[in-house]
Design a protein around this ligand. Structure first.
Ligand SMILES: O=C(O)CCC(=O)C(=O)O
Length: 378
């Protein structure tokens, strides 16, 4: 178990020892800027009352004492005394940008036994919203049943998890086959796995698709976990993975009123090398003009990723029936559909976007409430 160790020689210092035995010395400034004393933070907002860049750059620890079971009292060289909860320090030291108080992401493939799903209620309880947010954060998607089959009912769901993001397609978009469509989504063609709007900066975090009616046999929804595919590519072909995580590609959307362009590598990593997002849309991507041998390697790498994304090993397929809604992480998952025949009947979905931070914030807030309630009940 990770723990915090105190030592006094040659000077007082605190060390975080991780479960694997490695250690990280805690910098005095890192510690000091986490001080929660009344003089340091505003009680109501929890925000800092001073600018930590103005602290003494050579700040040192003068003494560290364990004053209670979970409490360290630290005297700093600027004369300030702070008390810290060890549990809080440990939790924060272990955080990373993708796991900051959120459930761990579970990479999945076609062997996913059951879809993460829930039955929607018009006035959802906190327990239902928590359940949905948790499944969504783990799997990157959730299927909701029983969403009223009326136009714009998807906003009732979207607004329970975040703020709707308007785009040049409108606050919502109707996915049905229309003549002269400005996007292939509005045809009856099959759509390969893709993310929406990779030409936008930032690209939409979450997409919701609500099925108002589906009278066709086809038009099955497909989903692929970009996190799992990127991981498979990293293991199976590290060179291809390196190219797709480093070469920025130009994504472009143009119609009469809009011209959006964004450059993104197909697989975006954070500074620690952790998967952040996947940007794939075979209809909209343009590789930069690199020397022929580099482009040859890039195209081979892109083909590898493409075949993983389309393989039966990773793709799941399911039918969205009337009143079903799928909400997915548009920066992690790729979605698509099989073709359908409009002579069989209607197929009408409505879609909208919300930002990714909505369900994350909701999850943390509801979790905090749960913890407070269980403490109060003890
Ligand atoms: O028709 C569908 O099921 C999916 C539509 C789609 O891919 C989109 O709107 O981006």
């Amino acid at each position: 178990m990770p723990q915090i160790e105190l030592s006094d020689t040659p000077t007082p210092r605190l060390t975080l020892r991780l479960a694997n035995g490695s250690e990280r010395v805690i910098h005095p400034l890192w510690l000091r800027e986490r001080c929660t004393a009344e003089a340091s933070i505003d009680r109501r907002t929890g925000q800092r009352l001073y600018n930590p860049s103005e602290l003494d750059p050579q700040l040192r620890l003068i003494s560290v004492t364990r004053t209670a079971l979970d409490e360290l009292t630290v005297l700093f060289s600027d004369g300030h005394t702070s008390r810290f909860s060890e549990a809080v320090l440990l939790a924060e030291a272990g955080m990373s940008p993708d796991s900051d108080g959120l459930p761990a992401r579970l990479a999945w493939n076609a062997s996913l036994a059951t879809l993460p799903e829930a039955v929607w209620q018009d006035q959802p309880s906190d327990a239902l919203r928590f359940d949905i947010a948790e499944k969504f954060l783990r799997y990157g998607f959730i299927v909701l049943h029983n969403v009223p089959r009326v136009s714009l009912a998807l906003f009732g769901v979207a607004e329970s998890f975040g703020f709707v993001r308007d785009t040049n397609f409108g606050r919502h978009f109707d996915v049905r086959s229309v003549p002269d469509a400005n996007d292939l989504a509005y045809s009856s063609l099959a759509l390969d796995p893709h993310v929406d709007n990779p030409y936008r900066e930032p690209s939409p975090g979450i997409q919701l698709l609500h099925c108002l009616v589906n009278e066709t046999q086809g038009g099955l929804s497909t989903l692929v976990d970009g996190l799992a595919c990127a991981d498979a590519l990293r293991h199976r072909d590290p060179d291809a993975y390196r190219l797709l995580t480093t070469i920025p590609v130009r994504f472009q959307f143009t119609d009469r009123d809009a011209e959006h362009v964004a450059w993104q590598p197909h697989v975006k990593l954070d500074e620690r090398g952790t998967f952040q997002a996947i940007h794939v849309s075979p209809r909209l991507d343009f590789a930069p003009l690199l020397p022929p041998d580099e482009l040859q390697a890039f195209y081979a790498a892109r083909r590898q990723l493409d075949s993983l994304l389309k393989s039966a090993e990773f793709e799941i397929r399911f039918r969205l029936g009337d009143g079903d809604l799928v909400m997915f992480d548009n920066r992690r998952l790729l979605h698509g559909r099989t073709s359908f025949d409009i002579r069989e009947g209607k197929r009408h979905l409505q879609g909208c976007y919300i930002d990714i931070d909505g369900p994350r914030s909701l999850y943390r807030v509801l979790r905090r409430t749960q913890v407070q309630q269980s403490r109060a009940a003890e």
